[in-house]
Design a protein around this ligand. Structure first.
Ligand SMILES: *Cc1c(COP(=O)(O)O)cnc(C)c1O
Length: 391
């Protein structure tokens, strides 16, 4: 037995390569567009839009990021536990009970109502430093935030809360992904008015309005600090009007799988659940070990393509939970074990998150957020081109 070497067990032949160098490049694009007066706090909520908040935060911190935005207290705590020491702004508020985590992990929550600020004030012990908070103003998004007319009273009330220190005021743009129309300039006008009004009593506050679309498309919204998300991950917020190439961005994610099996079938063969697809002629059909449980959405039926031997091949039949069929009749070189690109480049061909989003009937944000935890992630520059080993 001892002479028989243990066969090397390989990991899943389906994985994501995430190019941290490309994310850093895209961060530099954001910094350049923001200008010298404006700080960029990358948005890495929802586990870095599905791509991995911790490795992304580490790469961006090494590249000089001074702070990050997340949606949830839990997301910020996970970053702190991973050793991230930069400023962490929690954008989407918190429910009572999380005050202690905010204090202990030195987070900067965004506050939408006075009760929240009061709770923070009550939870802080006297020997602890004041808790920095940002206040959210609703300038037209219509979800949360204080009415701009209430700002003066609000500032006074916060002034009287011991242990809470107002450090910034922010608002969120509703329609910045439209390059024309009045909505963004209306929101900016309301916010600028408010800045002028407050500026007379407090010079130290920092203002923020711009997401990716504001930053790239509406220069006047850049203010003190910007909060870009989607551009970091290589998509233009203005797609399809503008592409990632036009923004000078680099694609970040490649999704690789390999052919698990191939079958030759005659004309008239129904394939997969529901028999939605029936072969027109004699066909070679490849089976891929990937499905909607991985985030390869069922909505892409009849639309999705994959890259194989530098060519496009159509997905046929319904996408199931773990398996997907591809017609490789036109690609004779395709064989069991052939590398298949679901996202990314293969020779001259490229499938980006914008194109996949259009097949899914959604936006690139959702396409990457839905990449499920079952798909292993590997981070460039240590990219993996062969199936990773299972330890
Ligand atoms: C998610 C989010 C952002 C980032 O938006 P992108 O469109 O991805 O740039 C900025 N600000 C707030 C408040 C957000 O919730």
């Amino acid at each position: 037995m001892a002479d028989n070497p243990q066969p090397r067990i390989q990991g899943r032949p389906t994985w994501l390569n995430i190019d941290l160098a490309a994310i850093v490049h895209n961060f530099h694009v954001a910094q350049k567009a923001s200008g010298r007066q404006t700080v960029v706090y990358p948005v890495i909520k929802a586990d870095g839009y599905g791509l991995g908040a911790i490795p992304i935060a580490k790469a961006l911190a090494a590249a000089g990021a001074e702070g990050f935005c997340v949606a949830l207290v839990e997301e910020a705590v996970a970053l702190r536990k991973a050793g991230i020491t930069q400023t962490l702004v929690v954008l989407s508020g918190f429910i009572p009970g999380l005050e202690q985590a905010i204090i202990d992990y030195h987070l900067q929550p965004v506050v939408f109502n006075l009760a929240t600020a009061q709770q923070l004030s009550q939870c802080r012990r006297e020997d602890q430093p004041a808790i920095p908070i940002h206040v959210k103003i609703d300038t037209g998004m219509g979800r949360v935030g204080f009415h701009p007319a209430k700002i003066s009273t609000l500032l006074e009330e916060i002034d009287h809360l011991p242990g809470v220190r107002l450090v910034g005021i922010l608002s969120h743009l509703a329609c910045a992904d439209e390059l024309t129309g009045d909505s963004t300039s209306d929101q900016l006008a309301i916010f600028s008015n408010l800045i002028n009004q407050i500026g007379q009593r407090d010079q130290s506050l920092r203002y923020s309005l711009a997401n990716s679309a504001g930053l790239l498309g509406h220069p006047a919204t850049r203010l003190d600090w910007t909060r870009p998300g989607i551009l970091l991950y290589g998509a233009s917020p203005f797609f399809p009007e503008r592409t990632w190439q036009e923004e000078g961005l680099q694609p970040v994610v490649s999704w690789i799988t390999h052919i698990l099996a191939i079958r030759e079938v005659p004309a008239g063969t129904p394939l997969g659940y529901g028999h939605d697809f029936v072969t027109q002629g004699a066909s070679r059909i490849a089976l891929l070990p990937v499905g909607y449980a991985d985030g390869y959405s069922r909505q892409m039926q009849n639309r999705a393509q994959v890259l194989l031997c530098e060519q496009r091949a159509p997905v046929v039949g319904r996408i199931s939970m773990d398996l997907t069929l591809v017609d490789v009749t036109a690609i004779p070189a395709a064989t069991i074990g052939s590398r298949v690109t679901l996202l990314g480049k293969d020779g001259p061909e490229f499938i980006g998150i914008e194109e996949m989003a259009s097949w899914m009937g959604t936006i690139p944000y959702e396409t990457i957020c839905r990449l499920s935890a079952r798909v292993p992630r590997y981070y460039l520059p240590k990219a993996s081109s062969t199936p990773p080993a299972l330890d």
